[in-house]
Write a protein that binds this ligand. Structure first.
Ligand code: GH3
Ligand code: MG
Ligand code: MG
Ligand code: MG
Length: 327
């Protein structure tokens, strides 16, 4: 399969299959002047070889070629595996319908009569490539929107939607491999007071600074999300109680030491001291049956950490092995 997508509108790459060297040279020169890159070959075999080795957006094909004739070359081009069929413009000195029809019937997208005017050929080439450019742009736009839909704009972390998806995948792995999975819920302590005292812009900066500190404190394999408000979650695959506790303590320390700079114009002077409380829940656990229950267990542990005085980590107690859920 040709790896080449269209290069975009600016520099289309055209393969010109034409036995007359004079015509090859003049077309390459003329189209080169308007930014269309032309690679010329003298016969069908070379044309097919060129298509297999280089990226081409469109073929200009002489109908009358020595050896394998233009129509047969066209059929071979059509059989090459590609994501989108390659547009082919036939060129021929023969104007009669009986010469044109077979080419058009075979599925050639255009037909120009020699001697061809370069201006006309350029317009036709660009017109044929336009829809593909649109498709590429649409794909890029779709990709961009897909990323946006799972990204929290304030912290650039994955958002709640991304978290839900990742939890499903992590749970599927647990069920498949029986490897342990830890979930950390991280909540900023007395966050409301940053907003109340210094305004939301400063509050936002606290959220950003906390997000960066959490990211720095976790391993690459750990996945950090903004769950909502001033609450973050960390999914640690292949992590048991010891590893989870170690990670949580590292996060807690990193935030406490981060000293977030207030934004310019904030009434806060000097760096802000931020702390977080963390709840951890681990699976497999006979008392935790799905991702939602997993989150609830970690969130309950978090509430316990808040009640115990904040700036600390609490691990949810596992249910006994007989399957009775813990309270
Ligand atoms: P606790 O230690 O118990 O967690 O107290 P807290 O103040 O952190 O928690 P509480 O739930 O009382 O307040 C959370 C606040 O977070 C309330 C809400 O206005 C604020 N908040 C939520 N999202 C944002 C945001 O995107 N930006 C800012 N600046 N504030 C936010
Ligand atoms: Mg010829
Ligand atoms: Mg809070
Ligand atoms: Mg909260």
């Amino acid at each position: 399969v040709s790896p080449a997508g269209p290069k975009g509108g600016e520099h289309p790459r055209v393969l010109h299959i034409e036995d007359d060297p004079g015509e090859r040279d003049s077309l390459a020169a003329a189209l080169g002047l308007v930014g269309i890159e032309v690679h010329g070959v003298a016969d069908g075999a070379q044309g097919i070889a060129a298509l297999e080795s280089r990226s081409v957006d469109l073929v200009v094909l002489d109908l009358t070629l020595p050896g394998v004739d233009g129509l047969e070359v066209f059929n071979r081009i059509r059989r090459l595996p590609r994501e989108v069929p390659l547009p082919v413009i036939f060129l021929s000195g023969r104007t009669e319908m009986r010469h044109r029809l077979p080419a058009l019937k075979a599925g050639a997208v255009d037909f120009c009569v020699k001697p061809v005017r370069v201006e006309e050929l350029e317009v036709r080439i660009r017109a044929l490539l336009q829809p593909r450019d649109d498709a590429v742009n649409l794909n890029n736009e779709t990709r961009r929107l897909r990323v946006l839909s799972v990204t929290d704009p304030l912290t650039r972390l994955g958002n709640r939607r991304a978290f839900d998806g990742e939890m499903l995948r992590a749970w599927a792995r647990v069920e498949e491999t029986k490897s342990p999975l830890a979930l950390l819920v991280v909540d900023i302590d007395h966050f409301k007071s940053f907003n109340d005292r210094y305004g939301h812009r400063t509050g936002d900066e606290v959220l950003r600074g906390t997000a960066r500190a959490i990211e720095t404190a976790t391993r690459k394999a750990d996945k950090v999300f903004r769950y909502g408000g001033e609450e973050f979650v960390v999914i640690c695959a292949d992590t048991g109680a010891d590893g989870a506790l170690l990670t949580a303590e590292r996060v807690r320390n990193a935030v406490a030491q981060a000293r977030v700079s207030p934004p310019v114009g904030s009434t806060a002077h000097g760096p802000l001291a931020v702390t977080v409380s963390l709840g951890i829940a681990l699976v497999p656990d006979p008392g935790i049956k799905d991702p939602a229950a997993h989150f609830e267990a970690a969130d309950r542990a978090l509430q316990a950490a808040k009640a115990a005085g904040r700036n600390r980590v609490i691990v949810a107690a596992a249910a006994p092995a007989d399957g009775v859920a813990s309270g």
